[in-house]
Design a protein around this ligand. Structure first.
Ligand code: HEM
Length: 450
């Protein structure tokens, strides 16, 4: 079903993308109800789209619904980093990441976000009156921002890692919907297995080089306080409980290089597409940027005042959530709503399905209407906060949420200060899921310098 639905572009520029990205969820919810059981190969998978149950699963704190164990190519991509690990190791890594991606530490990353956006926009000057493909531009921007802010390295240093991660992502996506048969896989290695092993090793070598370089640069007293600095400090901790190993450090770097840019690239790409077709909202957003930032670069204070921009970004995340599905498993037999779930069952929660549910959002669910967020998320969702979950929900909510939103708002504000833009007639509307929900052929816009 997925191959068929995503096999060709959409006929018109509609935001009704659930039947396209997750056609099985869309049609089976209609046939079997909000929650249904599905055999994923030999594994039972419960698809849950009922928001109250989603809240119960994702908010659970006693370990009844842990993350799934990554296998095969996906494990090579993310390792046992923060997004996949569990238990004591998760608590340790989460604390470390929370400290770096919040508060003052996050504020100190704003100048790097601004200078990377400036570099991008200097390139854009050559495209005045012309078409530019921005998805690739945002990929470079977000790669540079995470490289600089978290790892204190340049885009070029990180580029090799990103390129390999991208190749590995393609392998994961190619294999994601193949049915797993117990006992058979593992005996024979196909081309993807061999390639992904090579990529995993290559990524590790590059990251170890960055770690060693930093180790040599800094003595214990003047270590930099970015994410890599904190990881290295933790790797030297005398307290065994707090210490992390070299493998943990490598996996954590991989996780952040990956999670830190593909998702935000997708958010920026879709938001610019939406503003390119909704000129009224583009004008409103620009007026607001000039009101609070004038012609100067955004500041921590002016960024927080951009409320129209917040609404636009939220509506973009609702219609095109970069992460369309989240998985958990059942640790031990448990009661969920009216159901008794056996241990080891997989749970499949789709932010995309929830965001496109007319019962929650109304008959205009597929329309771009940022003003639905005017009174905040609680009002937009009728006090069902778990109905808006682009960053997940509960204790495992995205740790890079604020980082991503600040980065996106800075880039958008700086674009709006310099250019008007409209959609190019060459744009082809073909949303696909390649790990993230993304525009298959990029986003082409025509720039008009202010
Ligand atoms: C628009 C941008 C982003 C979106 C939509 C997004 C989405 C998500 C979602 C849905 C989850 C929860 C997954 C689950 O519950 O299984 C998550 C977790 C996570 N995200 Fe993001 N993310 C974004 C940006 C970022 C950035 C910029 C970083 C890093 C700087 C990041 C790092 C992580 C990590 C490490 C986790 C795992 C947290 C944990 O399990 O404790 N994300 N993200």
């Amino acid at each position: 079903m997925r191959t068929r639905s995503m096999g060709r572009p959409m006929d018109h520029l509609s935001h009704e993308i659930l039947p396209r990205i997750l056609p099985h969820v869309h049609s089976w919810v209609n046939l079997y109800g909000r929650n249904f059981l599905n055999w994923y190969g030999a594994e039972a998978q419960l698809v849950v789209t009922d928001v109250e149950l989603i809240k119960e699963i994702l908010y659970n704190k006693d370990g009844a619904y842990p993350k799934i164990d990554l296998e095969g190519h996906a494990k090579k991509l993310l390792g046992d980093g923060l997004s996949s690990t569990k238990g004591h190791k998760w608590t340790k890594l989460r604390k470390l990441a929370n400290g770096v991606f919040h508060g003052e530490s996050l504020k100190s990353m704003i100048p790097a976000m601004i200078s990377s956006s400036e570099t991008m926009l200097k390139r854009w000057k050559a495209y005045d009156g012309k078409e530019i493909e921005v998805f690739q531009e945002f990929r470079v921007l977000t790669s540079e921002v995470i490289s600089k802010t978290a790892f204190g390295s340049s885009y070029l240093e990180g580029k090799k890692i990103f390129d390999m991660l991208m190749k590995l992502t393609l392998i994961v996506s190619r294999n994601a919907h193949k049915i797993r048969l117990p006992g058979i896989s593992g005996f024979f290695k196909n081309d993807d297995d061999i390639e992904s092993e090579k990529l995993e090793q290559g990524i590790k070598t590059c990251i170890v080089e960055i770690i060693q370089k930093r180790d040599q640069e800094t003595s214990n007293n003047d270590s930099r306080k970015d994410f890599l600095g904190e990881l290295l400090e933790a790797s030297r901790d005398n307290d065994e409980e707090k210490r992390i190993s070299l493998d943990d450090t490598v996996d954590e770097c991989k996780t952040f290089y990956f999670a830190g840019h593909e998702t935000t690239t997708s958010l920026l790409g879709w938001t610019v597409l939406l503003l390119a077709i909704h000129n009224d909202w583009q004008e409103k957003a620009r007026d607001e940027v000039f009101k609070f930032c004038g012609e100067t670069n955004p500041t921590p204070d002016s960024i927080t005042r951009l409320k129209t921009m917040d609404m636009i970004v939220e509506e973009s995340l609702r219609l095109y959530p970069p992460v369309p599905a989240i998985k958990r498993k059942v640790k031990r037999q448990v009661r969920l709503g009216e159901m008794t779930l056996p241990s080891n069952m997989e749970l499949y929660i789709s932010p995309l399905a929830v965001h496109h549910d007319p019962r929650i959002w109304g008959a205009d669910v597929h329309r771009f209407k940022p003003d639905r967020f005017e009174g905040g998320i609680a009002k937009a969702t009728n006090n069902t906060l778990a109905a808006f979950l682009p960053f997940g929900f509960g204790p495992r909510t995205c740790v890079g949420l604020n980082f991503a939103l600040i980065e996106a708002k800075i880039a958008l504000a700086m674009i709006l200060q310099r250019f008007k833009f409209k959609l190019s007639p060459n744009y082809v509307h073909s949303p696909v899921q390649l790990f993230m929900v993304r525009p298959q052929h990029g986003v082409q816009i025509v720039l008009d310098a202010l």
